[in-house]
Ligand binder design. Structure first.
Ligand SMILES: [Fe+2]
Length: 261
């Protein structure tokens, strides 16, 4: 699998605190079945969380070297998780932002409650500059969760949606879990990612358990699409494929799923 959202670099945000912890995270990700990950420390314009591109690239290179020394089959790519902000177009012009793995795609983080005023213009400006957008965990944004039509509009305007594994595991509460499941059965997920902050957070056993239940819900092909094929397409500058709307996602089986939930 390919993980496009992970706070594995130490000392830059609320993710890994030490180089040793970063290594533990790398090992947990390898054991969970990941072979490529994008290191995406928080970039929050106007705050102290504004890591420089040089620092991220240096830490990524050092971590790749240690992973290689340990003979683990894992490649770490540079990236950032950029909080949605009207200053993003200027920061892009100033070359202060990193795409995912040097692709043309930016990982953009929505607010947890209400999106900031003018957010649609920010998204439009980013797309107009020729970048694509992978929106991090929309299921955790109250405004989006309460407006399924808004999620459809985002997809319609070409924004890709990245849901967290942890949302399916109930890690962020029942409401977020419900939104994630609703997005899954509606075929509205382009990529799944760990959004790991600590070694234990996405323990391989948890990922494996989630894979089993998610596969039953959306089918093997869709699971492959959102964990492997689409993240690779994003890194290659290609358009991710929408989930296949199978019989499991419509009609009687969907109704049955709702009864259980
Ligand atoms: Fe994150």
């Amino acid at each position: 699998m390919i993980d496009l959202h992970c706070h594995i670099l130490h000392g830059l945000d609320d993710g890994s605190e030490t180089a040793a912890e970063s290594l533990q995270m790398a090992q947990a990700l390898v054991r969970s079945g990941y072979r490529t990950i994008a290191a995406t420390p928080h970039m929050v314009p106007g705050t102290t969380w504004m890591p420089s591109i040089d620092r991220i690239n240096t830490q990524v290179a050092a971590l790749n070297q240690t992973v290689k020394d340990n003979e683990w089959a894992l490649e770490i790519l540079p990236g950032m998780e950029i909080a949605i902000d009207p200053r993003i177009p200027d920061l892009l012009d100033d070359h202060r932002l990193l795409t995912l793995g040097n692709s043309s795609c930016l990982l953009i983080e929505p607010s947890f409650q209400q999106l900031p005023l003018g957010w649609e213009q920010v998204i439009f400006s980013i797309l107009a500059k020729g970048y694509s957008i992978l929106l991090a965990h929309p299921e955790r944004c109250l405004q989006l969760a309460a407006n399924p039509g808004l999620i459809e509009r985002l997809i319609g305007s070409g924004v890709y949606l990245q849901v967290n594994w942890g949302s399916f595991l109930g890690q962020y509460g029942r409401a977020v879990a419900l939104t994630a499941r609703l997005m899954a059965v509606n075929g509205q997920i382009h990529c799944l990612a760990t959004d790991s902050h600590h070694p234990e957070w996405h323990h391989p056993a948890k990922i494996m358990a989630a894979i089993g239940s998610l596969q039953k819900m959306i089918g093997e092909e869709n699971l492959r699409r959102i964990t492997m094929d689409n993240p690779l397409r994003v890194l290659n500058g290609e358009i991710p494929q929408p989930m296949i709307r199978s019989e499991a996602m419509t009609g009687s089986r969907k109704k049955r799923w709702w009864r259980f939930w």
